[in-house]
Design a binder for this molecule. Sequence first.
Ligand code: NI
Ligand code: MN
Length: 225
Amino acid sequence: MRITFYGHACLGIQIDDVHIVVDPFITGNPKAAHIDINAIKADYILLTHAHQDHILDVETIAKRTNAVIVSNYEIATHYGAKGFQFHPMNHGGSWDFEFGIIKYVPAIHTSSFPDGSYGGQPGGFVIEGERKNIYIAGDTALTMDMKLIPLRTKLDLAILPIGNNFTMDVDDAIIASDFVQCDKILGYHFDTFGYIEINHEEAKRKFFDANKDLMLLEIGNSIEL
Ligand code: NI
Ligand code: MN
């Protein structure tokens, strides 16, 4: 499994020859100006919730790639009504896709579309690939529900928001990584706007002091699991 950070909460995930894009927000992110969205491959687009900073580039990418949009019922059918391929889910449900199993799990946040219309309830994704399992928390507060994840899935990586203000901060993300029983963390949802700027060295040190490994990728860089 190869995971690429496209800035903010946008990820590329490659499992064998299947390409997944999560929460595409590239053209609206000045820090990701060097990323060419027309070069991003997508068989599936996963959306944690309907906020602008998670869906901005969905239609551009889906039009070109014909990717299947996977999200909660309200978001998935919103795109379905516009003619895109979609797969609706809801909290606690999972589905066996060609590349592995995706479970849509709760997040504590909100989920309106940019025009104010209802975007269902926000979530995160647990992806069980053939060899590796990951948790993408989405925008969320620290929540006790995270403790349910390791009852079913042994994670190899937890992707957690760490920017504070709209989501968990670093200290809560450390507790979250305890809750999901995973000491390898990719931080996201930080630095994009003023509200969520963080001190990278301090964040890494705090995780290190808790015997955990926080990775912060440069935009466009990847890790291999
Ligand atoms: Ni949000
Ligand atoms: Mn967000």
